[in-house]
Design a protein around this ligand. Structure first.
Ligand code: CP
Ligand code: NVA
Length: 321
């Protein structure tokens, strides 16, 4: 009997990382969003800790590593794993040897032997990519300096619950061309919506993402004028002007002053246009109270939908979708 006769003849299935929307198949993203809708509907009225009937994460453990602060990502992934019948281990990088310089590749190899998936909120996108390259279990992007894909799935779930299919609709991003904006650019082509981005030239999206946007031939439009971007839009979205890790606080506040989302700006959107913000919000800076607390704002449902969207991301990573 040859040494290899007992080995499987086919290659093991590729590990399903969830790193960025642009890397994903559009059909998989649509399946994830539809699964999130179905799961949410199936547990309507249930206590938040009850496990979904199919428990797709039963016997699975998710490790979460935080290099930056978080409220929504931390609690929603924890709640998501409980509702899927799994468990979590949470740590800040500062509490790990990672924070003392242990290579992220070594961390990936060790954690791959202890847990079934790893979610990381990383300071640099490169760290996320290095973790995924060395890991043998799925790695999930819980925000980096470059992107925030889980957030956009929750946002699109929220939009579709209120306004129907996002394909063919117009979304307007107002403010910083940051990590959240980047994931909206990635989503535009995958989900078939138009994205108008209004931002000061100096704070434009990353050049790689602008190149991706250019390839989408008119699906993503850039302007410096927030009014132009918002006119007739089905959804207006903004985010903080100073993201975690940004050091030019005062310059940013000055540059973004004309980009505040107030009622006058919202009045230019479609009559039934809605408002989204990933939170945390800085009231009086990127958005005024009258908008974020107003009738068009969906921000609290958007925050809750982090749980529902991420449950389906996890189910996809575990091969259950
Ligand atoms: N929107 C979001 O990711 O929130 P946290 O920073 O609180 O996780
Ligand atoms: N752009 C923000 C998003 C926070 C959820 C940041 O990176 O700080």
């Amino acid at each position: 009997m040859s040494l290899s006769s007992g080995l499987p003849s086919t290659k093991p299935a590729a590990v399903r990382h969830f790193l960025d929307l642009w890397r994903m198949e559009a059909a998989d993203l649509r399946a994830i969003l539809d699964d999130a809708k179905a799961r949410k509907a199936a547990r309507a009225g249930w206590p938040k800790g009850r496990v979904d009937a199919d428990a797709p994460a039963r016997d699975r453990v998710l490790a979460m590593i935080f290099e930056k602060h978080s409220t929504r990502t931390r609690f929603s992934f924890d709640a998501a794993m409980r509702q899927l019948g799994g468990d979590v281990i949470i740590s800040t990088s500062a509490d790990m040897q990672l924070g003392r310089g242990e290579p992220i590749e070594d961390t990936a190899k060790v954690l791959s032997r202890m847990v079934d998936a790893v979610m990381i909120r990383a300071n640099t996108h490169e760290d996320l990519e290095r973790l995924a390259l060395a890991a043998t279990v799925p790695v999930i992007n819980g925000l980096t300096d470059r992107s925030h894909p889980c957030q956009i799935l929750a946002d699109l779930l929220t939009f579709e619950e209120h306004r129907g299919p996002v394909a063919g609709r117009t979304l307007a991003w107002v403010g910083d061309g940051n990590n959240v904006c980047a994931s909206f650019i990635h989503a535009a082509g995958k989900f078939g919506f138009k994205l108008n981005i209004a931002c000061p030239t100096v704070y434009h999206p990353d050049l790689t993402d602008l190149a991706r946007a250019a390839e989408m031939q008119g699906r993503v439009e850039m302007t410096e004028d927030p009014r132009e971007a918002v006119r007739g839009a089905d959804c207006v979205i903004t985010d903080t002007w100073v993201s975690m890790g940004d050091t030019d606080h005062d310059e940013r506040l000055r540059a973004f002053e004309p980009y505040q989302v107030d009622t006058a700006l919202m009045d230019l959107a479609a009559k039934d246009g809605v408002f989204l913000h990933c939170l945390p919000a800085h009231r009086g800076e990127e958005v005024v109270d009258a908008v974020i607390d107003g009738p068009r704002s969906l921000v609290w449902e958007e925050a809750e939908n982090r749980i529902h969207a991420q449950k389906s991301v996890l189910a996809w990573c575990f091969g259950a979708i």
